[in-house]
Ligand binder design. Structure first.
Ligand SMILES: Nc1ncnc2c1ncn2[C@@H]1O[C@H](COP(=O)(O)OP(=O)(O)OP(=O)(O)O)[C@@H](O)[C@H]1O
Length: 269
């Protein structure tokens, strides 16, 4: 990797502390969800993160987005450290302008009272200095770029299909003009044909904008389609990372081999 990475993660660790009460009184348990992950994402690159349920994928994503605080390690995005919580609103906005997130279930991540246009406009208000009229034009542009028609752009989430809602979530992320988008199981809830449409849309967006993706999925077929490189997580540890074709076709770690074998028959993973 020659150019400076847009995401630089070093020895990232998350330990959850949970309390339980037992016969001998309260007990403190520790659970290591992410056990010292080191990886980088280059500008415009798509890095896939795969692993079984519970392997620490979402926890990693949430730490990058500032939704969880790391127990140890460093996260740098565009050269700015974000291992600590943002202290001021301005810092939070700056971080949001650099990295946006798209979740699995847009139904819960979208405000049920906001139309698609309002959702996009809210991000523009936060992250740009455009006037109201300029924002209205930009909202139309962004809505069109993710394939939302006029009716859909004026609809509430409840009036949209799952795929259309995910288009709104992607539009909201794009409105901040980020350099990185973290997608956490972003197509997992969608039918296969809709999944393909959204994956193609994401690929087109990457070509057009040069945005980098951190693409989290349990689906190896999806990661093969999308990612330049892939990182394999097992119980919070990175067991393997490298170019997608190499890792998927010639996995070095038995865990990756097992992941491949457990893929449901839906074409070549
Ligand atoms: N707030 C929490 N408190 C305690 N344990 C947690 C918490 N959040 C996550 N965990 C645990 O950390 C581990 C990693 O969870 P994580 O959601 O990152 O996995 P994942 O790979 O994204 O799996 P999935 O695909 O099922 O979401 C899991 O065993 C989970 O139970």
């Amino acid at each position: 990797m020659t150019a400076a990475p847009v995401v630089d993660v070093h020895e990232l660790r998350k330990v959850y502390r949970t309390g339980t009460s037992g016969p001998l009184g309260p007990r403190r348990n520790e659970f290591v969800a992410v056990a010292g992950a080191t990886f980088q994402v280059a500008a415009g690159e798509c890095l896939g993160i795969v692993g079984e349920s519970g392997s620490g994928k979402s926890t990693t994503a949430r730490m990058l987005a500032g939704l969880e605080r790391p127990t140890a390690g460093t996260i740098s995005v565009l050269g700015t450290d974000r291992s600590r919580p943002a202290r001021r609103a301005a810092e939070r906005h700056l971080r949001g302008g650099q990295l946006q997130m798209v979740f699995q279930d847009p139904y819960t991540s979208l405000d049920p009272r906001q139309t698609a246009r309002d959702t996009i406009d809210e991000t523009l208000r936060l992250h740009t200095r455009l006037s109201r009229a300029e924002r209205a034009d930009r909202v139309s542009e962004i809505a069109a770029s993710v394939g939302l028609d006029q009716r859909q752009a004026h609809a509430l989430p409840a009036g949209l299909s799952g795929g259309q809602r995910q288009r709104v979530a992607i539009a909201r992320a794009l409105a901040a003009d980020p350099r990185v988008i973290v997608l956490d199981e972003a197509v997992s809830a969608l039918d296969v044909s809709i999944q393909a449409q959204i994956l193609n849309l994401l690929a087109d967006i990457r070509d057009a904008t040069g945005v980098a993706y951190l693409f989290i999925t349990h689906d190896l077929a999806v990661v093969r389609h999308m990612a330049d490189r892939v990182l394999v997580l097992k119980e919070g540890h990175i067991v393997e990372q490298g170019p997608t074709a190499k890792v998927l076709d010639h996995p070095e770690h038995p865990y990756t081999q097992r992941l491949r074998e457990s893929v449901p028959a839906r074409g070549t993973p």
